[in-house]
Design a protein around this ligand. Structure first.
Ligand code: GLY
Length: 268
């Protein structure tokens, strides 16, 4: 399976070293902050100056920078429950990360997602499981550190099939809202099976027919300079059945519902 090639730049690198590293990549640059950045640490750009600027900003803040080769093809998120060596995939989903109409804005933690992916070839999920997720589970188990939890494979689906962009060991946001909206099997029992090493006995998952799509309502200015405190109408808590899920919301002193984070609400 293809993976992105990665090179790290350390904060103490000279300007010449940074420029030379940038020139080993392109014409699409993927520049990542090697630190926690709430999903906003990566810049994907065809503009060398923008790539360089992001790299220098991250290094100046004291974090290493990761340069990654650009993997072409639509993105796929596949969440798998793992209890050591048994891997149970959920439905594949696709996240849409750029803010603004027509994907013109900067990268975010995710502005919307849908599931399942009708354009994926038949057998794609099984291929990702056998070529990507099971080998990872086997390898970490062989290293004496079996993984139990949620393995999130972030992939690009290219001409030759899956290529790995990244792994997370958590659910992904906002894909989870779409995926779990379709899951009929009891999620708590599924998580319990992962936690107790009984996934192999869980049986096939049951899914609703059709599709689920979630759209994120973000705060003004997100992700660059998020404005909070804006009053929200028409989305009082308790409307989960209408597909409204709260994320970055709070009450102000007057008891009004207000925005309190970058990604404010999900509407499914
Ligand atoms: N949707 C991207 C993430 O959760 O990292």
């Amino acid at each position: 399976v293809k993976t992105a090639s990665v090179e790290a730049i350390q904060p103490e690198a000279s300007d010449e070293d940074i420029e030379a590293a940038i020139d080993r990549f392109g014409p699409n640059w993927v520049v990542k902050d090697d630190g926690l950045a709430a999903g906003k640490g990566v810049v994907v750009t065809k503009d060398r100056a923008e790539a360089l600027e992001h790299a220098k900003a991250v290094l100046a803040a004291g974090n290493p920078v990761l340069l990654e080769s650009f993997l072409d093809g639509p993105e796929v998120s596949l969440f798998c429950l793992v209890d050591g060596e048994t891997v149970v995939p959920l439905l594949p989903a696709q996240d849409h990360k750029r803010v603004g109409n027509n994907d013109e804005g900067p990268n975010t933690g995710g502005m919307g997602a849908y599931s399942p992916l009708s354009w994926l070839p038949e057998g794609a999920t099984e291929r990702i499981v056998t070529e990507v997720c099971e080998p990872v589970a086997r390898e970490v188990a062989a290293c004496g550190c079996p993984f139990q939890g949620l393995l999130y494979a972030g992939l690009a689906w290219g001409e030759d099939g899956p290529a790995v962009i990244e792994f997370n060991c958590r659910f992904g946001d906002p894909e989870t809202q779409a995926v779990l909206a379709l899951l009929e099997s009891p999620v708590a029992q599924l998580l319990n099976a992962a936690a107790t090493g009984t996934l192999a006995d869980f049986g096939p998952l049951s899914w609703r027919d059709g599709y689920a799509l979630t759209v994120v309502l973000a705060a003004e200015g997100y992700p660059v300079s998020t404005r909070t405190g804006d009053v929200i109408e028409g989305a009082e808590p308790g409307r989960e059945a209408d597909g409204i899920l709260h994320a970055g919301t709070a009450r102000n002193a007057a008891g009004e519902l207000v925005s309190a984070g970058g990604r404010v609400l999900n509407v499914i």
